[in-house]
Design a binder for this molecule. Structure first.
Ligand code: SF4
Length: 430
């Protein structure tokens, strides 16, 4: 049996490098001019209020534009770009399309732009569970998956297969982060029902401690493409220093399809993977006794036990988790916190011995509703909780946060790329 082909191309400019990547893997071989093509970039989120560094977080518009141009040159006319970005408090896909310049693709090439959150979903049966998938995705003849080369603090890597989770409605996304099952065993099933014909991993940037803007981006200058979704992700994982066999969802997906994750079983064309393989961390380090991030310990923070998130924490609460940490940090004035525990997600049960228990999010509130070990609950019932809710509620325990510190932090993570070469916002804002 012939090996799946993956091309790895050194990025020089979006158009020529993408053309080369597609030619090396014969990426458009299965496409017909009559096909409805759906391009699924990773546009997981954006922030219109505070500075948001997009590097390694979302697909570069430069690659999206190059792909549309190539498809148009090859005679494809029925092209849709669709994504379901985080819709809290309301859908922001259209505003993102505008900011990223995608409206030019609509005006110049007739590309349809869809925020899945504002369109219809259909329930699809996967055997053990059902998920609601965007109608536009199910109607496509061919999907071109356009993820980013990034790590993920719950899934180790977030590449093509993980990017498909963005095709679900909010409820189904939440379902994937279940109490009694692993996240890794949910979204890979989407591959069984969706016509993913081509994956192009945008590796202009790569992101450590992803998947969000709090991670750290590096310029990587690679494009990876394949008609084989698993092989493409295996190579993408390798480039960030991860063997696919150690990545739960890739191993699981390979098992579902009677395949292995061995790099030797893939024909790589273009750049040498070993040459570009470089390990980046996927997760934040926590204290051994699970009382908080190592950074808190280094700052001498005591009287506080923030239990580390698990994969039952869905994207909404994950997005608010970092602001929660920064808000706690802003309240630290050198004295111990008043013996506080923070639990989150659908599995964390509050422990005895604390004077206050912060129940971070509706799921933690429901799970711990009748927990006799809680002396004084600070219930943040939002789904997810907001910074304002956290700020107000913590005052009950005499904890006074400073939102300005959070704003400063956001400026800091945005500004840190300014002194680095190649961190050009022009790759996003077309
Ligand atoms: S409370 Fe948080 S973890 Fe629970 S469903 Fe809402 S966003 Fe997800």
């Amino acid at each position: 049996m012939s090996k799946p082909v993956v091309s790895v191309v050194a990025y020089k400019d979006p158009y020529h490098s993408l053309r080369e990547a597609l030619e090396l893997c014969d990426g458009l071989r299965d496409f017909d001019k009559s096909h409805k093509i759906l391009i699924k970039p990773n546009l997981v989120s954006w922030d219109f209020e505070l500075p948001f560094p997009p590097f390694g977080v979302i697909t570069t518009s430069a690659v999206v534009f190059a792909l549309v141009r190539i498809l148009h040159e090859e005679g494809f006319r029925n092209i849709t770009i669709g994504e379901g970005p985080l819709a809290i408090p309301k859908p922001k896909g259209r505003a993102m399309f505008k900011t990223l310049g995608y409206e030019k693709l609509r005006d110049n090439y007739g590309v349809e732009l869809i925020d899945f959150n504002e369109d219809k979903f259909e329930e699809v049966d996967f055997g053990n569970f059902k998920l609601s998938v965007a109608r536009k995705v199910l109607e496509a003849d061919k999907i071109i998956n356009l993820p980013v080369l990034k790590t993920h603090n719950q899934c180790k890597v977030s590449l093509g297969i993980k990017n498909l989770k963005g095709c679900l409605n909010r409820k189904s996304k939440m379902f994937c982060h279940g109490k009694d099952w692993s996240l890794d065993h949910t979204f890979p099933h989407l591959m069984r029902k969706l016509p993913v014909a081509l994956t192009v991993i945008d590796g202009i940037f790569t992101l450590a401690k992803g998947p969000g803007h709090t991670g750290y981006a590096y310029r990587k200058n690679l494009l990876i493409a394949s008609r084989d979704a698993l092989a493409c992700d295996v190579v993408g994982a390798e480039l960030m220093g991860y063997r696919a066999a150690e990545v739960g969802h890739l191993k699981y997906f390979a098992g579902l399809n009677n395949r292995d994750t061995d790099l030797a079983g893939i024909e790589i064309r273009g750049e040498d993977v070993e040459k570009h393989r470089s390990y980046i961390d996927y997760d934040w380090e926590w204290t051994v006794d699970d009382t908080g991030p190592i950074g808190f310990q280094r700052r001498g923070i005591t009287g506080l036990a923030i239990r580390k998130y698990d994969d039952s924490l869905c994207t909404g609460c994950s997005t608010m988790y970092n602001p929660m940490l920064i808000m706690f940090m802003s309240a630290f004035k050198g004295k111990p916190f008043p013996n506080v525990e923070v639990v989150s997600g659908k599995r964390q049960v509050a422990s005895p011995g604390f004077d206050y228990t912060v129940l971070f999010g509706r799921c933690a509130c429901v799970l711990n509703k009748n927990n006799p070990d809680i002396k004084k609950a600070i219930a943040l019932k939002g789904c997810p909780p907001s910074i304002q809710e956290l700020d107000e509620a913590l005052k009950e325990a005499g904890i006074f946060c400073d939102y300005n510190e959070y704003v400063k932090y956001r400026h800091y993570i945005f500004n840190r790329y300014k002194k680095e070469d190649g961190f050009d916002l022009g790759l996003y804002l077309m």
